[in-house]
Design a protein around this ligand. Structure first.
Ligand SMILES: Cc1cc2nc3c(=O)[nH]c(=O)nc-3n(C[C@H](O)[C@H](O)[C@H](O)COP(=O)(O)O)c2cc1C
Length: 348
C-alpha cells in the first residue's frame, strides 16, 4: 500500500499548497520522519562532476529554497540535492497565492518569484553542514530589483563556491520579469564572461539551467556557449510558460511556470537536442515531469548523466524516490547495462 497516497494525500490536498510545503519542511527539520539511510543498488552508483554519488536521482531546485533540509533529503534517498534559488538579498517573492496543484493533470503552477532568505542565510546554513557527505549544489537567481543581474550571479557564486558541490546559474525562471532574456546568445555570453574568472579561481562546477520554451536555435546557442566557456553542465529544464490544451484543472489559467507530467516530453526533447550537440563532454541534468523509473531511464538514455524531480513528489510523497530507484535499477539490468554511465545517451 502506498501510505502517502492512501493516508497523507487525502489530508494534505485540502491544505493550501504553500502551507502544506512549509509544514513538510518543518516536519523534515525535526528529523522524526526520516527512515534509516538504505544502501542503493550498486548499479545506480555514478559520478557527477568527478564526485561519486550513490544514485542519479536528485532533488530539483525550489523545494528547499533556503537550504533548510538538504541532509534530510539525502537521507530520504536522493542521490544529490540542489538547494535555492538564492538571490544576494532576501526578497519576499510574489503575493500569495502563488503555488497551485493541478491534481487532475499531475502538474504544478508556481509564480513564487524567488522568495528566499538571501545569500547570507543560505551561506551560513551551508557553512554548518561543511564536511558532511553528500553532493549539495546551489541554484542561483537574481534579485527582482537588481540593476546588475549578471553581478548578482557573480556575487553568489564567489560567496558559495567553497560551500557547495556545484552552482547552477538559473536564467530560466519565468517569474522574474526579464530574467529569461539572459538566455539569449549575447546576454548569456556576457554573463559567462563575467563568471569565467571566478570559475577559474574557485573551480566549483558551474552549470546553466534553461527553459523548455527556447527555440531550437537558442538551445544550440546555449550548447555552443556552454562548450566555449567550459561549463561543467546544463540543467534542462525549468518550468514552462506554455499551457498544453490537455490541461483540465481549474488552476490551468494561473500565471507562472508549469511543471510535472505535462512538461515531460518537451523537457526530454530539449535534453536530447543538447546531447546531440554536446555528447558526453559535460554533464546534462534532465529535469521536468519525471515521475517513474521509466521516465528517469528514458531521460538518461536521451543523454542525462543524472536527473532531478520536484512536482511528482507533491502527488506521490517521499516514497517516490525509492520506487524510481528500484524501477530504474531493474530497467538497467533488463537491458544489460552494468552502470548508469553505460546507458547515458544510448538513444541520442
Ligand atoms: C514551487 C516550485 C519552485 C521552484 N523554484 C525553482 C527555483 O528557485 N529555481 C529553479 O531553477 N527552478 C525552480 N523550480 C523548477 C524545478 O526545479 C524544476 O526545474 C521544474 O519544476 C521541473 O521539474 P518537475 O516537473 O519534476 O517539477 C521550481 C519548481 C516549483 C514547482
Amino acid at each position: 500500500m502506498n501510505i502517502y497516497r492512501c493516508l497523507v494525500w487525502p489530508l494534505v490536498r485540502h491544505v493550501e499548497s504553500e502551507r502544506a510545503h512549509r509544514m513538510t519542511l518543518d516536519l523534515l527539520k525535526t528529523g522524526l520522519v526520516l527512515p534509516p539511510r538504505q544502501a542503493d543498488d550498486p548499479v545506480l552508483a555514478t559520478t557527477l562532476f568527478g564526485r561519486r554519488i550513490p544514485n542519479p536521482v536528485g532533488l530539483a531546485a525550489g523545494f528547499d529554497k533556503n537550504a533548510e533540509v538538504p541532509d534530510a533529503m539525502l537521507r530520504l534517498g536522493f542521490g544529490f540535492v540542489e538547494v535555492g534559488g538564492v538571490t544576494p538579498k532576501s526578497q519576499p517573492g510574489n503575493p500569495r497565492p502563488r503555488l497551485f496543484r493541478l491534481e487532475e493533470d499531475h502538474a504544478v503552477i508556481n509564480r513564487m518569484g524567488f522568495n528566499n532568505e538571501g545569500l547570507d542565510v543560505v551561506a551560513a546554513r551551508l557553512e554548518q553542514r561543511r564536511g558532511r557527505l553528500g553532493l549539495v549544489g546551489v541554484n542561483l537567481g537574481a534579485n527582482k530589483d537588481s540593476e546588475d543581474r549578471p553581478g548578482d550571479y557573480a556575487i553568489s557564486y564567489a560567496r558559495l563556491a567553497a560551500l557547495c558541490g556545484f552552482a547552477v546559474v538559473n536564467v530560466s525562471s519565468p517569474n522574474t520579469p526579464g530574467l529569461r532574456n539572459l538566455q539569449g546568445r549575447e546576454e548569456l555570453a556576457a554573463l559567462l564572461t563575467r563568471l569565467q574568472p571566478l570559475h577559474a579561481q574557485y573551480r566549483t562546477p558551474l552549470l546553466v539551467k534553461i527553459a523548455p520554451d527556447l527555440a531550437e536555435d537558442d538551445i544550440d546557442a546555449v550548447a555552443e556557449l556552454a562548450l566555449q566557456y567550459g561549463l561543467d553542465g546544463i540543467v534542462a529544464t525549468n518550468t514552462t510558460i506554455a499551457r498544453p490544451d490537455t490541461l483540465r484543472s481549474r488552476h490551468r489559467g494561473e500565471t507562472g511556470g508549469l511543471s510535472g507530467a505535462p512538461l515531460r516530453d518537451r523537457a526530454e526533447a530539449v535534453l536530447k537536442q543538447l546531447h546531440g550537440k554536446i555528447g558526453n563532454r559535460m554533464a546534462l541534468i534532465g529535469v521536468g515531469g519525471i515521475a517513474s523509473g521509466e521516465d528517469a531511464y528514458a531521460r538518461i538514455r536521451a543523454g542525462a548523466s543524472a536527473v532531478q524531480l520536484y512536482s511528482a513528489m507533491v502527488f506521490e510523497g517521499p516514497g517516490l524516490v525509492g520506487r524510481i530507484k528500484s524501477e530504474l535499477a531493474a530497467l538497467l539490468k533488463r537491458d544489460g547495462f552494468r552502470s548508469i554511465a553505460e546507458a547515458v545517451g544510448k538513444d541520442s
